[in-house]
Design a protein around this ligand. Sequence first.
Ligand code: FUL
Length: 490
Amino acid sequence: MIMTKLLCFLLTITLFQLLELAISRREQVTTPPLPVLPLPSYTQLKWQQREIIMFFHFGVNTFTDSEWGTGKENPAIFNPIGLDANQWISAAMDAGVSLVILTAKHHDGFCLWPSNYTDHSVKLSPWKNGHGDVVQEFVNAAKARGVDAGLYLSPWDRHDPRYGHDLQYNEYYLAQMQELLTRYGNVREIWFDGAKGPNAVNMSYYFTEWFAMVKELQSSINVFSDAGPDVRWVGNEKGFAGSTCWSTINRTSLSIGNGSIVDYINRGDPRGTDWLPAECDVSIRTGWFWHKSQSPKRLSKLLKIYYNSVGRNCVMLLNVPPNSTGLISEIDIQRLREFRKAIDTIFSANLADKCTTKASSVRGGKDGGFGPENVLDSDHLWTYWAPRDNKNDDYWIEIKAQDQEGLKFNVIRIQEAIGLGQRIKEHEVYVDGKLVAKGSTVGYKKLHRLEYGVVHGHFVKIKITKSRAPPLISSIGLHFDPYWHPNNEQ
Ligand code: FUL
């Protein structure tokens, strides 16, 4: 009897101990920090991770050697006899692109799909005897290869007589938008271009109604315009973001087609209450449309644009215009392949991979799950180094080479865990105690291509000298860019 009681007693004690252990284990799991508003939406995060997306400018201008059609073009000139949208998508895939955007209608008003609301379209062209639909071929080809599709529908329309009559034109525009957003499956981005010529007829666009209908008809779409609501224009057509580029901005200060905001949208605003990241549009050639006389930009130029867009917390929207046969020219395809190969060469190896890491402090201590080693894993969003919450702390993270040889690199990549807000305002990078780079905000991705070329060292320390809240760093990379020769930069 006594033995049984003793056993029961011992068992109870053991159970208690186990329970205590379980509770203390549970207590060790540290919660993630509070986000700092504003935050990206799910679709904005997906968009940001694409890094490079592609534009196809195609239409009557392709056949008239012009950039802005007059609206008086005869649809009979549109005859891309060799059109093969699969080839366009292959070209995009060669460049590692997962979203492609087609100009369904440009300023000339010619529609690449058979709209019910106008005859100024493929219907009156000789291409496929008027039975063709470029938008359909484009989305079919994209879908078949797992690439997402987006559409550009120009607000400025130089052909349609309703343009200039507010109600009629807005109804026409909305009718066309409904066709595009209901006939062709998922559309991931819609491009509202604020451009119009200086002598364009006066006209008010009913943006509020337009945006509301877009969101009604498509669940995972990003709306692009000078002022968002999901993605903003970067303020130029060179593909360059400001060296400081916040994804945050005040939308109330923005309007579409307003030249005076270009500097503001190029930089963003650390005090902004809206998450509205910038997209950097640029053409691989001089023009947006194909012209026989033009050729693609050099690789060094494309890489410079990449560093100044993707490397400044933006997405690069690269235009590659199909030619009058209806194909992407071979010379552009070659350049796209070179571009992709260069990016892979530079970034597929992280020289920091085998390094050890150290940080000023760690949220929840060393077992809290927020250690500095997180910056070297393959997740660039949801695993991150977080320091403890203490406003008076200095924040730094250090990467140390494990062997005597040390590290040789000329590019530093830093990524913030933007899912919890963009926080870093200023940072500095030291190699063996010497300052090699400094910058302002970081955001999804900041690339420093080192001004003086390759550095060699054993310790790389990143100091965050100003931030809106304790900084959260999701990834750090040290890379070697063999294409970077600072002295011959053009
Ligand atoms: C501009 C347009 O005027 C150009 O033709 C081109 O479409 C470019 C992407 O946007 O505003």
